[in-house]
Write a protein that binds this ligand. Structure first.
Ligand code: FHN
Length: 602
């Protein structure tokens, strides 16, 4: 090993064991609020300006790049046998720490070209990028001051370069937002595994996150490595996540945070994170983003040639948008820092399709007013439906859509084609009859212009009457009564509805009327902890009084346009975490916290 590396090794040993006391302590006032009265639901992520870009952009690039990339998926053991993995190679191939540090010391991704990567994302139609700043190996991909286990201080890479800064500039130049993946689970930090020393690791993690926010202003923090596991032990808890989420929001109020900041639950962060899978319907209770690989590996693996087809990838995207989700599609740069050509070509084909059919994805969401067909996907944006047809009908054939609400079809066209297309509604069936062929083997998009019912009612509500008791049984006079502009609470462990109400126990009642904009069936969704009951017009729509952790419950009821329907919601907190969100959706209403304008006091 070179003199520089021995020096680094000595410094690393010294630094890791005797960290300077000047590191920022875990901020005592990390949370925007602490204790009774605190509410960690900073806004309604379904409708907030803060998340608008994320909900519009729909398609992002994931980048898995770390010291593991230097092995390119293969490790030859001292006995000559070859072990294969990707970003888990250190653990799964049981590479001794000293050997792994030697491998990292040889890492020289001189070919990392941020402009080329950002251009690949732009050509693909990917509107945001999330790159691993630190994966489970603990190796920081930026010049952190917290330790020397990083790309500047422990590699053969040019120490004057900062690839995250380069990527920030390259993405910004192209109007692409940049976010960071950050693994909580850390295989390298000696303080990580033991709960007794974990706070020292946590302090370093907070310091690194502050560096990332201060130096690069990320639009997303994509946490990972939150699950309970061993080798090494992972002591992360939901309470740790509560503090971490509050800390990150105190650093950057506009940032979008995924649910792995806590324990990957509906009350953690802003976005759910299905991985290598696509939910079969819109997800209730939280925004969501499917993350997926282009082959079978996150980190680069030269042996993994199991590449997905552009057709499959693009149809995934169309289907995800039609279920109001995002698609975070991964590339793994090799040891030189270059993205594999197989990745770039697939992404470019997706971008070609999006350049003609992007309206079906960007700013689009679940249609609500039609059922998802077997022949493709349907998304909606305002008064337009976008039918992405995978199986184009034979000449003279037609396509059927099943309507779920009243609307007329007032226009139809095929994106990228001037062919005439006939679309008409007869009862609850919409029939689409094209006159020409498909524009793409991947999917041909038919844009329907629809006229739906106009929303009725005054929409002059101010919220519901709310009462809160410092017991879990609604006993005695309520300590607090007020008007709540909506029911959007994530009290977690330390919060409560009001400073006068303890974090536990307490009970809550909201009463009044809910005004329906449309005559149709409404789905009410609650996110609650510990118990919930919801009545509308005196009917028990949701009833979950078995004490529970953060839970999504749903119930449906038909409401009349412009009519104000009686509503009553009860919640109790008996111990641990607490939350209560009242969300609705309908064929004409995308999922949202029921807005104040549609809520009237008792
Ligand atoms: O263990 C990681 C894995 O390496 C990869 O980063 C994925 C991507 O979301 N997340 C974890 C597995 O869930």
């Amino acid at each position: 090993m070179s003199r520089r590396h021995w020096l680094i090794a000595a410094l690393t040993l010294l630094t890791v064991t005797t960290l300077p006391a000047t590191l920022p302590a875990t901020p005592a006032t990390a949370a925007p609020q602490e204790g009774p009265g605190a509410n960690y639901a900073v806004d309604d992520a379904f409708t907030a300006d803060r998340t608008q870009w994320w909900r519009d952009d729909r398609f992002g690039m994931f980048i898995h790049f770390g010291a593991y990339s230097n092995l390119e998926g293969e490790y030859t053991r001292p006995d000559g046998t070859v072990c294969r993995n990707a970003e888990w190679i250190q653990r799964e191939c049981q590479i001794p720490k000293e050997d792994y540090e030697r491998i990292a010391a040889d890492f020289d991704p001189a070919g990392f070209d941020a402009d080329a990567i950002a251009q690949a994302a732009a050509d693909a139609g990917q509107k945001y990028v999330v790159i691993t700043s630190k994966h489970h190996e603990g190796y920081a991909m930026w010049p952190t001051e917290v330790n020397d286990w990083n790309l500047r201080d422990h590699s053969s890479f040019d120490p004057t370069r900062d690839i995250l800064a380069e990527l920030k500039a390259a993405t910004e130049k192209r109007g692409i937002k940049l976010g960071f993946y950050y693994s909580i689970w850390d295989w390298h930090d000696p303080d990580f595994p033991d709960p007794a020393t974990f706070p020292r690791y946590e302090q370093r993690m907070y310091a690194q996150l502050k560096e990332l926010v201060d130096n690069y202003d990320p639009a997303v923090l994509w946490f990972d490595g939150e699950w309970s596991t061993d080798r090494p032990n992972n002591p992360w808890t939901d309470r740790d996540g509560e503090r971490l989420e509050a800390y990150v929001r105190s650093l950057s109020p506009d940032i979008v945070i995924n649910n792995r900041v806590g324990k990957r639950r509906v009350v953690d962060g802003d976005t759910g994170t299905p991985e290598q899978e696509i939910p079969d319907a819109p997800v209730a209770g939280q925004l969501w983003e499917s993350c997926m690989t282009l082959n079978g590996s996150w980190g680069f693996a030269r042996w993994d040639t199991n590449w997905k087809s552009p057709t499959e990838l693009t149809r995934n995207l169309a289907g995800i948008a039609g279920r109001s989700g995002n698609y975070l599609l991964n590339v793994g740069p090799d040891a030189t820092g270059r993205i594999p050509a197989e990745s770039v070509s697939r992404l470019r084909t997706m971008g070609d399709w999006l350049r003609t059919n992007g309206r079906a994805v960007y700013g689009a969401h679940a249609p609500g007013i039609v059922a998802e067909p077997a022949w493709g996907a349907v998304s909606r944006r305002g008064d337009r439906l976008y039918a992405s047809v995978y199986d184009w009908p034979a000449t003279g054939g037609s396509l059927r859509l099943d309507a779920l609400a009243p609307f007329q079809v007032t226009g139809a066209r095929v994106l990228g084609s001037d062919q005439r297309v006939d679309a008409r509604r007869d009862g609850d069936v919409v029939t689409i009859t094209p006159s020409g062929g498909p524009t793409s083997d991947i999917a041909t998009v038919v844009e329907l212009t629809v006229r739906t019912a106009r929303p009725a009612g005054a929409a002059r509500g101010t919220g519901l009457s709310a009462s809160f008791w410092p017991n879990a049984t609604f006993t005695g006079d309520p300590t607090v009564t007020r008007t709540d502009p909506g029911v959007n609470y994530n009290w977690k462990y330390t919060g409560s509805p009001d400073p006068a109400i303890p974090a536990e126990p307490f009970s809550s009642v909201w009463t009044g009327q809910v005004e329906a904009p449309f005559t149709e069936t409404y789905t009410f969704t609650t996110v609650s902890d510990d118990t919930v009951r919801l009545w509308v017009d005196g009917r028990l729509v949701i009833d979950n009084t078995t004490p529970h952790g953060p839970t999504v419950d749903q119930g449906t009821i038909a409401l009349r346009a412009g009519h104000r329907h009686a509503i009553r919601l009860e919640q109790t907190e008996q111990g641990g975490e607490a939350s209560m969100k009242l969300i609705w959706s309908s064929p004409n209403i995308a999922q949202e916290v029921v807005p104040a304008a549609r809520l009237y006091r008792a």
